[in-house]
Design a protein around this ligand. Structure first.
Ligand code: NI
Length: 146
């Protein structure tokens, strides 16, 4: 663990404290750590199309819209290597919200997410990519639980 001391103008320090309070931080260190992780994560994702990542894709759609539900499901089946899990909730008589957890290489995950967001009838589409450290693949087959 390293301790960093930084100097800020009064104006910037006040703006930082205000941002922290709005976001619910009680510790400047935790707020600064999160800011740095976000910034460095974005850099990693921008620099490398092959950066392993997880992502959360969310959107709203009208389930009455012709064929849209089945098209969205088909898209996920076509990319079952990327789509890990989907949460679906009915938020009104017409609208559904879905949150899809994705895992894969950043360029593939981003391309798939944006193809879903671009579907006609999909609204409020957003995707957040989170870089992860590559892990060795677990061995195939059943494992004994200890
Ligand atoms: Ni629904």
């Amino acid at each position: 663990m390293q301790r960093l001391t930084i100097s800020l103008s009064d104006e910037l320090a006040d703006a930082f404290d205000q941002w922290m309070r709005q976001r619910g931080y009680t510790s400047r260190s935790e707020a600064m750590r999160d800011m740095l992780r976000r910034e460095l994560g974005e850099r990693d994702l921008a620099q490398d199309d092959n950066q392993p990542c997880v992502a959360v894709l969310s959107y709203v759609f009208d389930h009455h819209q012709r064929q849209l539900s089945s098209r969205l499901t088909s898209l996920q089946h076509d990319h079952h290597d990327l789509a890990v899990a989907t949460l679906h909730a009915h938020i009104s008589h017409e609208d559904c919200v879905e949150a899809v957890v994705l895992r894969g290489r950043s360029a593939e995950v981003s391309a798939f997410a944006h193809s879903v967001i671009a579907e006609t009838g999909v609204r409020h589409g957003m995707v957040q990519l989170i870089p992860v450290t590559p892990q060795p693949q677990p061995a195939p087959g059943w494992r004994r639980v200890k």
